[in-house]
Write a protein that binds this ligand. Structure first.
Ligand code: ATP
Ligand code: ATP
Ligand code: MG
Ligand code: MG
Ligand code: MG
Ligand code: MG
Length: 258
C-alpha cells in the first residue's frame, strides 16, 4: 500500500489502547433503554423467559464465535463475557475487543429475535452499550461474578414482590411505597403470606441468572473389539442457572477459569 501524505493522521493520531497483560478481561454489555424496549415489546413482568432465552442464545453464539471467551454470565438485559487471562485476541486492543463484542451480540440478537418471538414484530432496533474491565487475578474475577449474581438476586426478589403487588391491584407507586425499607426476609414473608409464593421455588433462570461455558462431556465414540465403549471427552457449550457465588460450581469445573 502506497504511503500518502495523509498517512500521518493514522500514525500520529490513532491511539491503540492495549489492555494490560496477565489480567482477566471482562466485557459487560447492557441493553440501552430496555425498560422502554421491554414495554414496547410487551415483555412479561417481572421476567419474560423468552427474552432471557434470547439473551442466552446470543451469549452461546458469542462463545462459538470467540474461542477466548471462557465464561459468560447474564441477567436481565446484561451479559458479562470473561476472556481468558492470557488472551492475545486482537493483541488485547481494547477498542477492537469491545466493539466486536457489542456489535456481534447486537446482530445476533436481531437475527434470532424471530426464533424466540415468532409472533412479535421487532418494532425498534435493540442496541447495547459495553465496557471493558480488567481483573488482575482469580479472586477478583470470582468476586466480580459474585457481585453480578448478588445483584441478580436483589433485583429479582424486589421485582417479584413489586409485580405481585401491581398484579394484585396496587399502583406502581403504592407497590414501590410498600417495599420501601424492607429487608430480604420481609420480602420473602410478603411473597409467602400475601401471594403464596415460596421465593425459592421461582425458576432458577430468574433467581440465579444464566451461565454459559464449555463443559466437559463424555461421549461414546465407538466400541472396541471386545465391545467395551471407547469414550472421548469433548467440550460442549453449556447453559446453566446455578450458584456461582459459593465454591461448589468452581470446584466441579476447575477447567473453566485457569
Ligand atoms: P439503561 O439504558 O441505562 O441500561 P435500562 O432501561 O436498560 O436503561 P436497566 O437498569 O438496564 O435499564 O434495566 C433493564 C430493564 O429492562 C429492566 O427494568 C427490566 O424492566 C427490563 N427487562 C430486561 N430484560 C427483561 C426480561 N427478560 N423480562 C422483563 N423485563 C426485562
Ligand atoms: P477486517 O476484518 O480486517 O476489516 P475486511 O475483509 O473487512 O477485514 P477491509 O479492509 O475492511 O477488510 O475491506 C473491506 C472489504 O469488503 C473489501 O475488500 C471489499 O472487498 C469488501 N466490500 C465492502 N464493501 C463493499 C461493497 N460495497 N461492494 C463490494 N465489496 C465491498
Ligand atoms: Mg494475573
Ligand atoms: Mg439496560
Ligand atoms: Mg441492565
Ligand atoms: Mg473491514
Amino acid at each position: 500500500m502506497a504511503n500518502s501524505e495523509y498517512e500521518y493522521v493514522k500514525r500520529e493520531f490513532e491511539l491503540d489502547s492495549l489492555l494490560p497483560p496477565s489480567n482477566w478481561i471482562v466485557v459487560r454489555i447492557d441493553g440501552c433503554h430496555f425498560h422502554r424496549f421491554s414495554k414496547i415489546h410487551t415483555f412479561e413482568k417481572p421476567n419474560d423467559e423468552r427474552a432471557l432465552r434470547l439473551m442466552n442464545a446470543c451469549a452461546t453464539s458469542m462463545l462459538e464465535k470467540f474461542p477466548d471467551i471462557v465464561f459468560a454470565y447474564g441477567v436481565s438485559d446484561e451479559y458479562s463475557f470473561v476472556f481468558r487471562e492470557e488472551t492475545e485476541f486482537y493483541q488485547r486492543r481494547e477498542s477492537k475487543i469491545l466493539s466486536l463484542c457489542v456489535s456481534y451480540f447486537t446482530s445476533v440478537y436481531v437475527m434470532k429475535w424471530k426464533d424466540f418471538f415468532p409472533n412479535k414484530e421487532l418494532k425498534e432496533p435493540p442496541y447495547f452499550d459495553g465496557r471493558v474491565v480488567c481483573y488482575p487475578n482469580l479472586k477478583t474475577i470470582h468476586d466480580y461474578l459474585a457481585w453480578r449474581q448478588v445483584d441478580c438476586h436483589i433485583n429479582n426478589q424486589y421485582n417479584t414482590c413489586f409485580w405481585s403487588l401491581v398484579k394484585s391491584g396496587k399502583t406502581e407507586k403504592e407497590a414501590q411505597q410498600a417495599l420501601k425499607g424492607t429487608f430480604s426476609k420481609d420480602k420473602n414473608e410478603l411473597l409467602s403470606q400475601q401471594f403464596q409464593i415460596n421465593y425459592d421455588d421461582e425458576p432458577a433462570i430468574f433467581r440465579k441468572g444464566s451461565c454459559v461455558y464449555r463443559d466437559k462431556v463424555e461421549t461414546m465414540v465407538k466400541t472396541d473389539r471386545c465391545g467395551n465403549p471407547i469414550k472421548r471427552t469433548r467440550l460442549v457449550i453449556t447453559n446453566a442457572n446455578v450458584d456461582i457465588i459459593g465454591p461448589e460450581f468452581w470446584e466441579n469445573h476447575p477447567y473453566i477459569l485457569r
